[in-house]
Design a protein. Structure first.
Length: 72
């Protein structure tokens, strides 16, 4: 059902390149590398908004806005 409701974007080599660039640029390590992967996907695919309860985890990245569901 979820796949019918949402657009699924492909995982590409451009996402890996952007992920690596962001990891180095922001000196990210540990579990935060997973958030960087999401940020890289958003940037590569030109997605403007991310709905998340963890907006502070995405504050350092540009190119999109992290929105908390409580603020909608």
């Amino acid at each position: 059902m979820m796949e019918r409701l949402f657009v699924l974007f492909p995982d590409t080599s451009d996402i890996y390149a952007e992920w690596r660039r962001l990891v180095v640029q922001h000196d990210v390590s540990g579990v935060q590398v997973h958030d960087v992967r999401i940020a890289a996907c958003l940037r590569v695919h030109g997605i403007a908004r991310l709905l998340t309860f963890n907006t502070k985890d995405f504050a350092r990245y540009s190119g999109f806005v992290a929105v908390d569901p409580e603020n909608i």
